[in-house]
Design a protein around this ligand. Structure first.
Ligand code: ZN
Length: 330
């Protein structure tokens, strides 16, 4: 048995508290997608997009005891007005709109009274049409492909125009003979399922969960014309507002990495009256920070509980994170 995890956990327990205090005042925005209470085989959930339910609950208990968990509205209000945030501000976010947000995450968030925001890809929720990355996961899992093949295929596609991505995914489905065309069929596994509007409305009415836009078709904005970006935002926001009866003024970039957004997309968001946008760029947010370029900590991984706590404290789960620049950064 390797001693590395033991050493890492011991070091994490000792230093997490110190790290958290050294990074006091920095804003942590956590990124989740779905949760799962099943054991998965093959390529199903091989990139940990759906966090184990028990891990999520222990994380929520840790957050409730150690961080000031706020709604996106509260944080953005402070960032815009310059009002001070509490010492350990943190926002919980979920991307896409998976059914498990309601069935598994919401009861736990409600139990501990923690707010969260869910960014809806509205075509996925409204029409039950899967996001292209889930179509790739499904086809490759069913076809018995390797994880390496899966990751390489997705990485190759993410930098292509949206129409080209959809054409390549259709071709993959033809080649493999496995196509995830809708996520509301009885035989489809829970991890692929989308929220329904009754679930969304119930969560919105609780005032604990708010909803933002994640585009309509989960289109990556960096390589898209301004007109298409505007249409995606307009349609997605209109659907969220129609179904929740509440204003939708927070946005989350699909894929959200460098090149997936630009000054143009930020300008469009501002012109349309959005108040914030979040990326998948990693790390903590040192204040003052623009509400239109928020970094996040991806929680879709296989970290052990103490590593999760370290990751939250200093923004890095590695040994380097404990002993390196992150802990001692000013
Ligand atoms: Zn997404």
């Amino acid at each position: 048995m390797s001693l590395r995890p033991v050493i890492q956990d011991t070091a994490a327990i000792f230093l997490n508290g110190i790290g958290r205090h050294l990074h006091r005042g920095q804003l942590r925005v956590l990124m989740f997608h779905g949760l799962t209470d099943c054991v998965h085989e093959g390529l199903e959930n091989c990139q940990y997009k759906h966090l184990d339910l028990n891990r999520f609950e222990s994380l929520v208990i840790h957050l409730a005891a150690n961080y000031d968990v706020l709604s996106m509205d509260e944080v953005v209000e402070c960032l815009q007005t310059g009002a001070s945030l509490p010492p350990f501000p943190l926002v919980i976010t979920f991307d896409d709109g998976f059914d498990s947000n309601y069935k598994l995450a919401y009861p736990i968030l409600k139990r501990y009274g923690l707010p969260a925001i869910i960014y809806l890809a509205t075509q996925f929720v409204d029409e039950k049409i899967p996001i292209w990355v889930d179509r790739v996961d499904y086809a490759m899992h069913r076809a018995g492909r390797s994880k390496q093949n899966l990751v390489a295929f997705k990485d190759h596609l993410k930098v292509r125009p949206h129409a080209e991505i959809l054409a390549a995914v259709s071709l993959l489905e033809e080649e493999t003979g496995h196509r995830l065309d809708r996520v509301d069929k009885p035989h489809i596994q829970a991890i692929y399922r989308a929220l329904n509007w009754d679930q969304v409305r119930e969560m919105a009415a609780s005032d604990l969960i708010s909803f933002g836009s994640h585009t309509h078709s989960h289109l990556i904005m960096g390589r898209t014309s301004a007109d298409v970006v505007r249409n995606e935002l307009t349609e997605s926001r209109a659907i969220v507002e129609r179904e929740t009866g509440r204003p939708c003024h927070h946005f989350c970039y699909p894929n959200g990495s460098t090149g997936d957004f630009s000054e143009v997309s930020e300008q469009i968001l501002r012109e349309m009256g959005f108040r914030s946008s979040i990326t998948t760029l990693g790390g903590l947010n040192t204040l003052p920070v623009s509400p239109f370029l928020l970094r996040r900590l991806g929680m879709t991984n296989n970290l052990r509980p103490k590593q999760f706590e370290q990751y939250l404290a200093v923004g890095d789960a590695s040994l380097k994170g404990i002993f390196g620049r992150h802990l001692f950064a000013t």
